[in-house]
Design a protein around this ligand. Structure first.
Ligand code: ADQ
Length: 462
C-alpha cells in the first residue's frame, strides 16, 4: 500500500516493544512498512487547573518510534471519567457483551464520549495528509469518523470493532443507540470479528434505520451506504512460536514441569473481566472434582487473571467473587501435598507466557462473551505438535466460529463444562494430534497479517 497508514486507537503502544502484545506488533508491521502514524490517548490524566508543561501549541505529544510517528493527547480528569470509565467501559463494554444489568446509563457520560471524540478529530485533522488511509480501532471511537467528516475530512476511513456486536434487542437498550449506529455510516468500511456479529449489525440496521441491502451487499440507509464485513483477528503465529523458544518461556516451562511433576495441568489466562466467565469456570472445576474424584490430587488448575480497569466498580466485585470461590475449593478439596487451584492475580510477562501454555494439558477458554479471544490461538501456537494439549472453548467466543476442533462448551452450563474438561483430560494422543494440527492450520492461514491485509485491501477497494 503506497498510502500512509494512520491508526487511531484509545491507547498507543510502541510497536518495537514485545510487551506491547500481538495487536501492537501487527499494527507496528503495517505502520512501519508505510512509515505511518499512530494516534490516541497518552494514558495521562491532567488537572486543567494545574496542567503539566504543554506538549506544544497543538496539545499533541509527538514521538518517533523507528519510522512510526506516535502522536498522543492527554485527557482531563472529567473527560477520562466520562469518556473512558463512564461511556466506553461503563456503557459500551457491558452492553456489547450482553450485560445490560451492568450498564450505567448516567446521562453525563455520553457528552464526555462525544466531547473526546470531537477533540480527537480536531487534534488529528491538522496532522493528516491528503492520501492518508485512516484505520480507527474499537468501541471508544465509534463516532470519530463522523466528527472528522464534519470538519471536512475526505480521506478513506475504516473502523474495526474488537468486541462483540450484540443482537438488536440489546443494542437498542442504549439510550442513544440511533446516534451511535448511524455514526458507522461515516466510515468507508466497518469490520467485525465474526459472522454472528455481522448478522446482528444487519438485523439492527434492517429494523431500526431501516436499511436496505444493495445487490453488492452494501447497506443503504440515511441517504448513504455502508460496507460491513467480518475479519476474524488472528495472532502473529511465527512471533509467538519464537517467543516460546526463548529463555524466559523455557525457564517458566521447566519450573512448572518440576513444581507440578506427575500432575495434569489445566491453564486459564485472562484479564480479570466479567466477560471472561471466570466464576463459572471455577464452579465447573469444582464439579469436575466432585463428579470425577480421580482428579483429586492429580489435576491442578493454574488460573492467571491480570488486573484490569480497577477503577470501575463491577471489576471489584468479580475479583472478590473469584477469590472466594478459589479459596473455598482449595479449603474443601486441597491437601497438604496438593492445592487444586493456583490463582494468581497478575500479568504474566509476554516472553514467559508460552511457557505456561506449553505446560498445560488443557486450556480453559470459557468466556460468557468475547469478540475473538486471542488466548485460545496463543495456546494452540504454543503446543508441541507431537504431544499437544486440548482446547476447551466457549461457544460464545468469536474464536468458536473458526475452531471446530476445540471442545465446545456453554460456560453457563457448569456441569456440562466439567464433563468436557474430563473428556479433554482423557483424550487419546492420536485425537489430540489431529485436532491440534487442524487448529494450527487455521491460525496460520488466518493470522494477524492476513487480518490486517484483508481489512486494508477491502478498505482500499471500497
Ligand atoms: P481482550 O479482552 O484483552 O481483547 P484477549 O483476546 O483474550 O482479550 O487477550 C488479549 C491479550 O492479552 C492476549 O495476547 C493475552 O495473552 C493477553 N493476556 C490476557 N491475560 C493475560 C495475563 N493474565 N497475563 C499476560 N497476558 C495476558 C479484546 C477483545 C477480544 C479480542 C481482542 C483482539 O475483548 O475478544 O480477541 O481484543 O481483537
Amino acid at each position: 500500500m503506497a498510502n500512509r497508514l494512520v491508526v487511531v486507537s484509545n491507547r498507543v503502544a510502541d510497536p518495537r516493544k514485545t510487551a506491547a502484545g500481538g495487536l501492537a506488533v501487527a499494527m507496528g508491521d503495517a505502520l512501519a512498512s508505510s512509515g505511518g502514524m499512530w494516534f490516541g490517548w497518552s494514558g495521562q490524566v491532567i488537572d486543567p487547573n494545574n496542567p503539566p508543561p504543554s506538549p506544544g501549541p497543538s496539545g499533541v505529544h509527538v514521538h518517533k518510534a523507528g519510522n512510526v510517528t506516535l502522536a498522543t493527547v492527554d485527557l482531563t480528569a472529567d473527560d477520562h471519567q466520562a469518556y473512558y470509565l463512564g461511556y466506553s467501559n461503563g456503557v459500551l463494554w457491558p452492553v456489547f457483551h450482553y450485560r445490560l444489568d451492568l450498564a450505567d446509563f448516567e446521562a453525563g457520560y455520553i457528552d464526555g464520549y462525544r466531547r473526546v471524540n470531537r477533540m480527537f478529530a480536531h487534534k488529528l485533522l491538522p496532522l493528516l495528509r491528503d492520501d492518508d488511509v485512516i484505520w480507527v480501532q474499537d468501541y471508544h471511537l465509534i463516532p470519530l469518523a463522523a466528527e472528522l467528516r464534519a470538519l471536512g475530512c475526505k480521506q478513506r476511513i475504516g473502523f474495526f470493532l474488537h468486541i462483540p456486536l450484540p443482537p438488536p434487542q440489546i443494542l437498542s437498550a442504549i439510550p442513544a443507540h440511533e446516534w451511535l449506529m448511524r455514526a458507522l455510516f461515516a466510515y468507508d468500511l466497518v469490520g467485525v470479528q465474526s459472522q454472528t456479529d455481522l448478522s446482528h449489525l444487519h438485523r439492527y440496521l434492517a429494523s431500526e434505520a431501516p436499511a436496505e441491502e444493495a445487490a453488492d451487499g452494501r447497506l443503504l440507509a440515511y441517504g448513504r451506504s455502508l460496507l460491513a464485513a467480518s475479519f476474524p483477528i488472528g495472532i502473529d503465529v511465527d512471533e509467538f512460536v519464537e517467543i516460546g523458544k526463548g529463555a524466559e518461556a523455557r525457564e517458566l516451562y521447566g519450573k512448572m514441569r518440576e513444581q507440578f511433576a506427575g500432575k495434569q495441568l489445566l491453564v486459564g489466562v485472562d484479564r480479570l473481566d466479567y466477560s471472561k466467565g471466570l466464576p463459572h469456570r471455577i464452579r465447573a472445576f469444582r464439579h469436575l472434582l466432585e463428579r470425577y474424584p480421580d482428579n483429586r490430587g492429580s489435576s491442578t488448575l493454574v488460573q492467571v487473571a491480570s488486573p484490569s480497569r480497577e477503577d470501575v466498580e463491577a471489576y471489584h466485585e468479580i475479583r472478590r467473587e473469584l477469590e472466594g470461590l478459589c479459596g473455598a475449593i482449595n479449603g474443601d478439596y486441597g491437601d497438604i501435598d496438593w492445592v487444586p487451584i493456583h490463582y494468581i492475580h497478575r500479568t504474566v510477562a509476554r516472553k514467559r507466557l508460552p511457557g505456561l501454555f506449553q505446560a498445560g494439558r488443557v486450556a480453559l477458554v470459557t468466556p460468557l462473551r468475547d469478540g475473538m479471544n486471542l488466548v485460545a490461538k496463543e495456546f494452540i501456537a504454543s503446543q508441541d505438535a507431537a504431544d499437544p494439549g486440548v482446547l476447551v472453548l466457549s461457544r460464545f467466543a468469536g474464536a468458536a466460529e473458526q475452531f471446530a476442533d476445540a471442545l465446545p462448551v456453554n460456560p453457563y452450563d457448569t456441569q456440562a463444562t466439567a464433563e468436557a474438561i474430563q473428556a479433554a483430560l482423557a483424550m487419546p494422543l492420536a485425537e489430540r494430534q489431529i485436532r491440534h494440527q487442524r487448529m494450527l492450520e487455521q491460525i496460520r492461514q488466518f493470522d494477524v497479517h492476513w487480518w490486517r491485509k484483508s481489512f486494508l485491501e477491502t478498505l482500499m477497494e471500497s
